[in-house]
Design a protein around this ligand. Sequence first.
Ligand SMILES: Cc1ncc(COP(=O)(O)O)c(C=O)c1O
Length: 418
Amino acid sequence: MASLVHLPFQPTERGLGCDGVRIESIVEEIGTPVYVYSAEAIRAAYRRLDAAFAAYPHAIHYALKANSTLALLRLLHALGSRADANSVGEVQVAQRAGFAPRELVFTGVGKGRDELAYAVANEVGTINAESPGELDRIAEIARALGRRARVALRVNPDIDAQSHPNISTGLRVNKFGVAVEEAPAIYRDRLGVADLQFVGVHVHIGSQITTPDPLRRAARALASLARTLRDQGVPLEHVDLGGGLGIAYDGVTMITPDAYAALVIPELEACGIPVVLEPGRAIVGHSGALVSRVVDVKQSPEGRRFAVLDAGMTELMRPALYGSFHRIVPLQPRATAEHAWDIVGPICETSDAFARDRAMRDLAVDDLVAILDTGAYGAVMASNYNRRLLAPEVLVDDGRWTVIRRRQTLDDVLALER
Ligand SMILES: Cc1ncc(COP(=O)(O)O)c(C=O)c1O
């Protein structure tokens, strides 16, 4: 049975908790900024999606790009997840977390020859090629290594994901994949190439998709192409529907995993071939919060209130990159009226802001806030800009918390320099 949605960050009598663990007790030991994740939220999200697809043969390949911290990968692997890697670095991190190469799909818009050689030599489950040229390079590399590479082609179905333009990947103007109508000829021309084994076909139209229609149409396009390919004699083992299912950053609206499955399964039944799913955000998004301290507050003569945090775009880039919304909650809300606050980071960039004109209870220096739903595309996108040090990550599980990545030190950063 599908587990219920698990929302780990809830107020307790002693301030905001993560699955009952008082977040301030974590901050007291390791300071701020810090990412806090709930193991239970990840388990619940994985199981819920898996259960939603129970009626159709499927494999979940968790997309490492959303968050690839080893402890989270081990947790997902223990649940039975496979993995989707977007670079050879992610392939190797997945291996170190315990995934066998056979359990991986390897996607990526521009894979270097060395990356392809690593994937072929290690017998990665499927390499999702982005172009006919890449298929030919894979064949060449496989021949040289005396291997037969398992491949799929990523097709671009020209479907608007209706997400933010920067994370929509399924339109013809986007750089991803090959035009869907070109795919049959590309497969046909290479069916006799002994170094390639065509095991699948791949589509991924974008991320944070919150409207049903694009998801349904992508599944339909994929199933229709799969039938054409099968009729051409391509022995497909799977169709890969990519990731993209959105999460409710506003805490209210969303396509549930059950609704997603109900949308796409009837489309997939038209081909009957097992489906590979590559969810990232839907598995880890709700599991994480970035906890930060207010380091300054000020008010402009016009009455604008600013709270400056010790976390910024270096810790969480999504608001600066896509103008994305995250709920921000004080660990100990003050008993004041709400006012419009700009919640900003400490970096010298105007885009370094988490929220503008956000109605919040008043904040004061040293208050702690949690920026919610930052389990996906948070820590993985962090940078050392302004020579800032990567924040630590903590995993809460079964009433206890563990540091799963320590805070970076300046010596860590400078170790690469002479
Ligand atoms: C090829 C591919 N698969 C899967 C994903 C995961 O997407 P999401 O985190 O939206 O599920 C991405 C991210 O955009 C991707 O590029």
